[in-house]
Design a protein around this ligand. Structure first.
Ligand SMILES: CC(C)(COP(=O)(O)OP(=O)(O)OC[C@H]1O[C@@H](n2cnc3c(N)ncnc32)[C@H](O)[C@@H]1OP(=O)(O)O)[C@@H](O)C(=O)NCCC(=O)NCCS
Length: 181
């Protein structure tokens, strides 16, 4: 029987890949879409390890590309489960690049992928809970729980049925828009 609670360490995944000319964009750096695709793969691997099920990507939160990644640099991604719900898992991913010759490392981005476990019939599957050990693991879990609550509240605030643009008449004035009707 699958364990009911698992440590974060049990499903951590590390991926390193040398960035090749075939991964480049028109400026000669690594194409952002390529990095996103690697992030999706590592999120899948991490969530599948935790849940022992195949998973799908439900959402991706905040991918800020802080530094360009050069061709010939070694890209390293570290993924770990930050939060689990019933069938969903939030995988935190940190991406770093390293200059092979100098050893200089850059933090390129951090992001959160929400993955949902699916059983063999395609239904959402219950995932094991988390055993939180370190202060950092506890901090990440609570931070994530708060972020999800804030996201829910925002979705409700701007739902098509509840939204009333008249409430934002003053606020619109600070933006680069004209309101015509
Ligand atoms: C994501 C998906 C599985 C949710 O399906 P659903 O019928 O809404 O499932 P449920 O209502 O049972 O929700 C399942 C879980 O997903 C979470 N979830 C649903 N939509 C979500 C979203 N947009 N962002 C984050 N979490 C989401 C729910 O909160 C729930 O979490 P919990 O079980 O931990 O409480 C479904 O929309 C889907 O299959 N989407 C396509 C996924 C895919 O193909 N990805 C690859 C794109 S190329």
């Amino acid at each position: 029987m699958e364990k009911q609670f698992k440590t974060i360490q049990e499903s951590e995944v590390l991926l390193s890949e040398l960035m090749l000319p075939s991964n480049s964009n028109f400026r000669g750096n690594v194409h952002g879409g390529y990095v996103l695709s690697l992030m999706d793969k590592i999120a899948f691997a991490c969530a599948s390890k935790h849940s022992k099920q195949y998973c799908v990507t439900a959402s991706v939160d905040t991918v800020d590309f802080m530094n360009p990644i050069g061709i010939g640099e070694l890209l390293t991604m570290k993924a770990s489960i930050n939060y689990v719900g019933k069938s969903s898992m939030v995988v935190g991913i940190r991406v770093e690049s390293e200059n092979i010759r100098t050893g200089e490392k850059k933090h390129c981005n951090s992001s959160y992928f929400t993955m949902v476990a699916k059983d063999e019939n395609g239904n959402s599957a219950i995932v094991p809970g988390l055993i939180l050990i370190t202060e950092n693991e506890k901090r990440r879990f609570i931070k994530c729980a708060h972020r999800l609550e804030a996201k829910k509240a925002k979705t409700k605030q701007f739902s098509k049925t509840d939204f009333d643009s008249a409430k934002y008449t003053e606020e619109f004035k600070q933006y680069n828009v004209q309101i015509l009707a």
